[in-house]
Design a protein around this ligand. Structure first.
Ligand SMILES: Cc1cc2nc3c(=O)[nH]c(=O)nc-3n(C[C@H](O)[C@H](O)[C@H](O)COP(=O)(O)OP(=O)(O)OC[C@H]3O[C@@H](n4cnc5c(N)ncnc54)[C@H](O)[C@@H]3O)c2cc1C
Length: 414
C-alpha cells in the first residue's frame, strides 16, 4: 500500500495533533501516524498551563477541555522535607483563561486526536513508523499496522517528527547507546482518589535525588508524577527489596516528604503506576539536516519540574504551522521548493530557540536545585518568609508567557 499527502506527522501527542489540525484546517492533506490506540495514559503531571487554553479554543477543543479539566490552578507551592510553602500563582492576563488546569492525558490527547479526524486528517492508528527514507523530493515512512502486522509506505514532501523523546527514534538508523549515568532520570506517575490536597494548589516536590508534582485533576482524581535519579532509585530498590521500582521510589518519596504523606496517606490508587526513562531533557534540532521538522519533545525538552512540556509541544507545533501556512504556495503540493522548505526550517528553528531555550535552561537550574538537599535546606526558610519569591519564579518560569497568539495568529517575540 502506498499513499501520498502534503505532509506526514509521526506521533499524535499534543504536538502532532496540534500540527495536524492546523495544517488540515488550512486545506492540507495530512497523514497522522500514531502507534498506540487511544485513549492511553501517559507519564505526565497533566497540568496544562493557562497560555495553552486560548490555543485549545482555537483548535476546537476548548469547550470539551473546560467541561472535563480539574479546578483552576491558582496557587503554587513547594513541599520538601517537613516544610510546605505555598503562594499565589500569577494570572495569565487579558484572556478568559487566567489559570491553568489539569486534565488526564487519556482525555486531552484523545480530544485533540478526535478533532484532527473531524477536520479531515488521515489517521493511521495504531500504526508505527519503523524507519524513514527518501524517494526523490518525497519523504517515505515505512509503517507497520500494530494489530495486523500489515506494512505500508506513506509519502509526502514534508515530514514532521512529533514522536516524543522517550521511545526509539525511527528517524535515525540507530542511536548510539549512551553509557548509563547515576544522574539519568526515571519518571513515575500514579493517579489517586480520596487524596487530601487543596484543590487548585500545584506543589513542586523537592527531595534528595528527585523532584515531582502533585495536583487535583479531572473527575476528582489526584495525579502524582515525579522523576528520580538512577542512583537514588537503585538505593530505594535496595532499601525496599520486595517492592517494584515504582513502589520503592514512592515509599522513599513518602519517607522524605511530609506534604506527600499528608496528601496521599489515606488516598486510594485509582490506576496502575506508569514509568518511563531515562528521560532526555535538553535542546535538540527543530529543523534537521535530513530536511525534516521536529516539534514537541523531540525538538527539545524541559525538565518536567516546570510542567511546561505540553505547552512546548502545542506551541512549537503552532510556530511551525504559522511558517508553513505562510509559505503555502512554495512548500506544499506539486510546487514544493526545497529552498522554501529549508527557509521555513531555519525560520522555525530560530523562533523555537527564541521561545524555548531560556525555558529549558531555567527548568534545568530549578531541577538541579530541587534535587540537592543542601540547596533546599538553604532556600526553604527564605521561601517560607517571602513566598512571593515562589510567585515570581512561576512568572519567570514561563507559566504566563505568551509564545503564540491565536487571535492575532501572530508570533510574539521576546
Ligand atoms: C514526570 C513528568 C511530569 C510531567 N508533567 C507535565 C505537566 O504537568 N505539564 C506539562 O505540560 N508537561 C509535563 N510533562 C511533559 C509532557 O508529558 C511532554 O513534554 C509531552 O508529552 C510532549 O508531547 P509530545 O507531543 O512532544 O510527545 P508525546 O506526548 O510523547 O507523544 C508522542 C506520540 O508519538 C507516538 N509515537 C512514538 N514513536 C512512534 C512511531 N515510531 N510511530 C508512530 N507513533 C509514534 C507515541 O505513541 C506518542 O503518542 C511531564 C513529563 C514527565 C516525565
Amino acid at each position: 500500500m502506498k499513499t501520498a499527502h502534503d505532509a506526514i506527522i509521526v506521533g499524535a501527542g499534543p504536538a502532532g495533533s496540534t500540527a495536524a489540525i492546523r495544517l488540515a484546517e488550512a486545506g492540507w492533506s495530512v497523514a497522522l501516524i500514531e502507534k498506540q490506540s487511544f485513549p492511553r495514559r501517559k507519564v505526565c503531571g497533566e497540568c496544562i498551563a493557562a497560555t495553552n487554553l486560548p490555543l485549545l479554543d482555537a483548535l476546537g477543543v476548548g469547550a470539551a477541555f473546560d467541561a472535563l479539566a480539574g479546578p483552576e490552578l491558582r496557587r503554587v507551592g513547594i513541599f520538601a522535607g517537613t516544610r510546605k510553602v505555598t503562594a499565589a500563582l500569577p494570572a495569565f492576563a487579558a484572556t478568559r483563561h487566567p489559570w491553568g488546569r489539569a486534565l488526564g492525558r487519556e482525555h486531552l490527547d484523545t480530544l485533540l486526536l478526535q478533532r484532527a479526524a473531524a477536520v479531515g486528517v488521515h489517521l493511521w492508528q495504531p500504526w508505527t513508523v519503523k524507519h524513514v527514507s527518501r524517494d526523490g523530493r518525497d519523504h517515505v515512512c515505512h509503517a507497520l499496522d500494530v494489530e495486523s502486522a500489515v506494512t505500508a509506505t506513506v509519502s509526502a514532501p514534508l515530514l514532521i517528527a512529533a514522536h516524543g523523546s522517550w521511545q526509539p527514534d525511527p528517524f535515525v538508523a540507530a542511536r548510539a547507546s549512551r553509557p548509563q549515568r547515576g544522574g539519568d532520570l526515571f519518571a513515575f506517575k500514579a493517579t489517586f482518589t480520596n487524596a487530601e490536597l487543596e484543590p487548585g494548589l500545584l506543589p513542586v516536590l523537592a527531595f534528595p535525588g528527585g523532584y515531582g508534582g502533585i495536583v487535583l485533576g479531572d473527575h476528582g482524581r489526584t495525579t502524582l508524577a515525579f522523576c528520580i535519579r538512577r542512583d537514588t532509585l537503585g538505593e530505594c530498590r535496595a532499601r525496599y527489596r520486595s517492592r517494584s521500582a515504582a513502589l520503592s521510589a514512592y515509599a522513599y518519596l513518602q519517607s522524605c516528604c511530609t506534604g506527600v504523606r499528608d496528601a496521599l496517606g489515606t488516598a486510594t490508587l485509582a490506576a496502575p503506576w506508569l514509568s518511563i526513562g531515562p528521560i532526555r531533557p535538553g535542546m535538540r534540532a527543530p529543523w534537521r539536516d535530513d530536511g525534516t521538522f521536529a516539534i514537541g519533545n523531540i525538538a527539545g525538552e524541559a525538565h518536567p519540574i516546570l510542567g511546561e512540556g505540553v505547552s512546548m509541544a502545542i506551541q512549537s507545533a503552532w510556530l511551525l504551522c504559522d511558517r508553513l501556512i505562510a509559505r503555502d504556495d512554495t512548500v506544499r503540493g506539486a510546487q514544493v521548493s526545497a529552498t522554501a522548505v529549508a527557509e521555513a526550517g531555519r525560520d522555525y528553528s530560530a523562533s523555537w530557540r527564541r521561545s524555548f531555550a531560556r525555558r529549558i535552561r531555567l527548568a534545568a537550574a530549578f531541577a538541579h536545585l530541587a534535587m540537592q538537599p543542601g540547596a533546599t535546606r538553604t532556600l526553604l526558610p527564605l521561601l517560607q518568609r517571602w513566598p512571593v519569591i515562589l510567585t515570581a519564579s512561576a512568572r519567570h518560569g514561563a507559566k504566563v508567557q505568551r509564545v503564540v497568539d491565536p487571535v492575532a495568529n501572530c508570533v510574539h517575540s521576546h
